[in-house]
Design a protein around this ligand. Structure first.
Ligand code: SF4
Length: 364
């Protein structure tokens, strides 16, 4: 069976088979106006998403929480989070965006002032440039180290979490610093605090994450259950998205500059990276015509799958003509490089313009 979204759906089966995550396809038809990330199987799994669907349909209050880690540079893979937030903004959510400066300090040794600067220049400016208006009343961006409500709740939650539990989840040892051990509890508090009475009380909360974050979601849900009597917490829901592959194969990562297109790259740099990216093409044109390409193994196709928004039919056409050998990699790469260059030309202007607003958001 030819299925343009096949590779997206097949990955990460383990989470679905062994850890109780449900396939997103089961609820997709119920979602009002599903985003292209949902339709294309990039969001492939969920826990308790029915609650979020119900809140959206009834126009009831619900919240989204997704943090940003202020270390390293923001790359195009991170754009997917912003695309999801824009969609939730349209669907009426209240949005919380914690900046994990406490975690950056404890787990990666990033100084608090550096965290603030990186958050403003890389991430907040990037989010705004990608189209999320962070100055709207329903969107709250905060530094963990400056949010007393989150810190106070974390301390209370920590009263029912012990070292053995954290060691089993995060592999902590006797030499792990106290600050590092405390970081996950702060994150749990980030996720649960929108349900405090001061912020309107219990309500459905959705946390969009990558599959590697599921242990953290399970811990959060366990802790929420332990404190249900005290705070009335509703267990947070989650969705799981796959990650865009790196340009050179493997994962896209800020620590491997050639693997990623950074939001701060110039249009020329971004274009050059696409032109050098790995494709799923055959050795020769003759073979490509006879056998077709393999879009499932192609970073060019993946770039379009993740970033070419709007109708799916153009993408389906590219998939079909790659598979049946009528589209050659040269032409396909040229078109994609052109698309990315234009995108980055606009983005670099928007990033520059976004900086004053980014500073206002953290510095008032
Ligand atoms: Fe990838 Fe396009 Fe080549 Fe197919 S034709 S393998 S989608 S670059």
């Amino acid at each position: 069976m030819i299925d343009p979204w096949g590779s997206a759906k097949l990955e990460y089966q383990d989470l679905i088979e062994n850890f109780g995550v449900r396939p997103f396809s089961e609820v997709l038809d119920e979602v009002p106006e599903p985003s292209w990330l949902m339709r294309r199987g990039i969001i492939f799994g969920h826990r308790d998403y029915e609650r979020i669907i119900s809140a959206m349909k009834k126009g009831e209050d619900f919240a989204v929480v997704t943090g940003m880690m202020p270390s390293g540079r923001m790359h195009i893979g991170h754009k997917m989070i912003v695309d999801q937030l824009r969609w939730y903004d349209r669907m009426g959510a209240e949005i919380f965006i914690p900046i994990a400066d406490m975690e950056a300090y404890s787990a990666r040794g990033v100084d608090f002032e550096d965290s603030r600067r990186i958050a403003i220049e890389e991430y907040i400016a990037g989010y705004i440039a990608l189209g999320l208006d962070l100055e709207k009343d329903n969107i709250h961006v905060y530094l963990q180290s400056e949010n007393l409500m989150v810190e106070d709740l974390a301390y209370v939650l920590a009263g029912k979490v012990n070292f053995n539990e954290l060691r089993a989840i995060y592999g902590f040892t006797g030499s792990t610093s106290m600050a590092h051990m405390y970081a996950p509890i702060i994150q749990v508090s980030d996720i649960l605090h929108p349900q405090l009475d001061e912020l309107g009380g219990p309500r459905p909360v959705i946390v969009p994450v990558g599959p590697d974050q599921d242990p953290h979601i399970r811990l959060t849900r366990d802790i929420a259950a332990r404190f249900r009597d005290r705070y009335g917490f509703i267990l947070p829901s989650s969705t799981y998205h796959r990650f865009m592959g790196g340009l050179t194969g493997g994962k896209m990562s800020s620590s491997r500059p050639k693997s990623a297109i950074f939001l701060s790259d110039t249009p020329e740099e971004a274009e050059a990276k696409i032109r050098n990216a790995k494709t799923g093409g055959r050795e020769t044109l003759k073979e490509q015509r006879e056998l077709g390409g393999v879009p499932e193994e192609c970073i060019i196709y993946e770039t379009l799958l993740y970033h070419m928004s709007g109708s799916d039919s153009r993408l389906e056409e590219i998939y079909e003509s790659c598979r049946n050998g009528t589209l050659m990699c040269g032409e396909c790469k040229n078109n994609t490089a052109e698309f990315i260059r234009k995108f980055f030309e606009e983005l670099s202007v928007k990033r520059e313009k976004a900086l004053p607003a980014a500073r206002r958001i953290l510095e008032g």
